[in-house]
Each structure stands twice: as structure tokens, then as C-alpha cells.
Design a protein around this ligand. Structure first.
Ligand SMILES: Nc1ncnc2c1ncn2[C@@H]1O[C@H](COP(=O)(O)OP(=O)(O)OP(=O)(O)O)[C@@H](O)[C@H]1O
Ligand SMILES: Cc1ncc(C[n+]2csc(CCO)c2C)c(N)n1
Length: 257
């Protein structure tokens, strides 16, 4: 089975060369408080989208992260490429501001069956210019915490697009899917993440999961809701390996500065 490498180098100020797969990043900003490292994610991304009310967050909160600068200068510097969603949360002044700067606005108000995040992922999948999908990584800011129905909707997007690399982020942790189709090698960026971590068999039980590099490793172990799930685990080194008969969620804490 093929090996998939993972590394949270997008949390570093500069992405080291030859350190895991070289990836092209896209960023989706959701309608929650911007993580403190939002400007870093923005810098690493080659395509930046706001999901509906996520545009209000960029407009309102990016200037707060640069208190010594003029707010309108900051807003012009952090101009999303695309705003997509059902447009029931974005304020008119924000829409008008970014439209005047040339942001592409995609109004999908007729679609009330998929979330704004889902709509944004569809855009990236279909229109990310000339990017091999296996080297594309979509970072989603503001995906965790807050309203639980939204949080579950955001996790569901990982399963809806399980062939894409998608990382859900908050200030405190990140989550991505480890597809059962691969063995996984996770390179821990110890300066910015860990040691708390989890492996969660959401969706279906796992009959057999095996890991290395954790304080409490799994050894051909069954995991299911109602039985064992691996929460409150700890990474012990710089490399974790995972193999499983089912898709698992990997989550790891993000360090405060
Ligand atoms: N509290 C939250 N927690 C987690 N994700 C959120 C939260 N609020 C919004 N999001 C994410 O941001 C996206 C855009 O948010 P927005 O508020 O514009 O959505 P919405 O469609 O108006 O939601 P709703 O009508 O259900 O309140 C959502 O699709 C969701 O992915
Ligand atoms: C069974 C079912 N449950 C909830 C919704 C509502 N819904 C889901 S996504 C979405 C768009 C949010 O921007 C809305 C309103 C639905 N359509 N079908």
C-alpha cells in the first residue's frame, strides 16, 4: 500500500524545501474568529477564498492583528480571490468593498443543501489552476469550536472530499483525514504542534488500527464509538505512523506562542 506523508509546515514562518511533499496551498476562511496565525496561512496560500461570512472576519479582524497599521491598508493587502456561499451572512459594505477590489463573487443562494465550506471546496477542486490534486492542500481557518452543527458539517466535508488533502484549523488544534487507502507517516513540527493528539474512528468502527510514535500505541486494535477511541494521546517523537482498515481523523494540538 502507498505511503502518504503529512507535515504541518504551513504553520512555520517559511516552508522548508525537501521536507515532505511539496504542496500548493489554498486557504478557506470561515465565519469564526480568525486564528492568530491567519496572516501566515494567507501568505503560504496561492488561492484565498472566504466562505460567505468569512469575508466579514477578514474585513473586521485582519486590521486588529496589525494594530499599528492603517486598517484600510491592511484590508487592501488581504483581498480574497473569491467569496463564495449562500450570501446570507456577508455584510453589504464588505461585499461592495471586495467587489470593488476585483474579488470574484459567487452567489449560490439557491443551494441550501450544502454548506458554504462545501461550496468553497468544490470551487477549489474544479478551478484551482494547473495544480495536481495530489499536491494540493486546502487549509480551513475557523473550522473548529463554535456551533457544533457547523463543526460537524465541517468534519463531514473531509469525508465528502476524501481524496483531497484538507486541514481544519482553529487556534488550538488541527484535524485531517487519514484515508484507509494509504499508510500514513506524520512528521511532527514540534516547535508549533503537539504533544496532545487523537485518532478518531468517526463514521464507522475500525476493526484494526496500528500506530507507532505515540505514548499509547494501537497494535491491531479495534476502535469504535461506545468502545475505545484514541483521545488524549501524546506524540513521543517527531514521527508517527498510522495504518488502519478505516478512514481515521488525526488531530493534534497547536502550541500557543
Ligand atoms: N460557529 C461556527 N463553528 C464552526 N464553523 C462555522 C461556524 N460559523 C460558521 N462556520 C463555517 O463558516 C461557513 C460560513 O459561515 P456562515 O455564517 O456564512 O454560514 P451560514 O450558511 O450563514 O450558516 P447558518 O445559516 O447555518 O448560520 C459555514 O459554512 C461553516 O463552515
Ligand atoms: C436534511 C437537511 N438538513 C438541513 C438542511 C439545511 N442546510 C444544510 S446546508 C445549508 C446551507 C447553509 O449555508 C442549509 C440551510 C438541509 N438542506 N437538509
Amino acid at each position: 500500500m502507498d505511503l502518504m506523508h503529512h507535515s504541518s509546515t504551513f504553520l512555520l514562518p517559511t516552508i522548508p524545501l525537501h521536507h515532505g511533499p511539496s504542496l500548493t496551498y489554498a486557504l478557506v476562511v470561515l465565519n469564526q474568529t480568525l486564528p492568530r496565525f491567519a496572516p501566515l496561512l494567507w501568505k503560504h496560500a496561492q488561492l484565498r477564498l472566504c466562505a460567505d461570512g468569512g469575508a466579514n472576519r477578514v474585513f473586521d479582524e485582519m486590521p486588529l492583528l496589525f494594530p499599528e497599521e492603517d486598517a484600510s491598508d491592511v484590508r487592501r493587502r488581504y483581498k480574497p480571490d473569491v467569496i463564495k456561499g449562500d450570501m446570507d451572512s456577508i455584510r453589504k459594505e464588505v461585499l461592495d468593498f471586495y467587489r470593488s477590489l476585483g474579488t470574484e463573487i459567487i452567489d449560490k443562494s439557491h443551494d441550501q443543501d450544502t454548506t458554504d465550506l462545501h461550496k468553497c471546496i468544490t470551487y477549489i477542486r474544479d478551478f484551482a489552476p494547473d495544480v495536481n490534486k495530489s499536491s494540493l492542500c486546502i487549509l480551513v481557518a475557523g473550522a473548529l469550536g463554535g456551533r457544533y452543527d457547523h463543526e460537524m458539517g465541517n468534519l463531514n466535508v473531509l469525508y465528502c472530499f476524501s481524496s483531497l488533502r484538507i486541514v481544519l484549523l482553529s487556534d488550538d488544534s488541527l484535524i485531517y483525514l487519514l484515508p484507509r487507502t494509504h499508510h500514513h507517516e506524520i512528521h511532527i513540527q514540534t516547535s508549533v504542534e503537539g504533544p496532545h493528539c487523537g485518532l478518531i474512528p468517526i463514521g464507522v468502527p475500525s476493526r484494526s488500527s496500528t500506530t507507532t510514535g505515540l505514548r499509547w500505541n494501537l497494535n491491531n486494535t479495534e476502535m469504535r464509538f461506545g468502545g475505545l477511541i484514541s483521545s488524549s494521546n501524546i506524540v513521543v517523537g517527531e514521527k508517527v505512523t498510522v495504518q488502519s482498515d478505516t478512514d481515521l481523523l488525526w488531530t493534534i494540538s497547536i502550541k500557543k506562542l
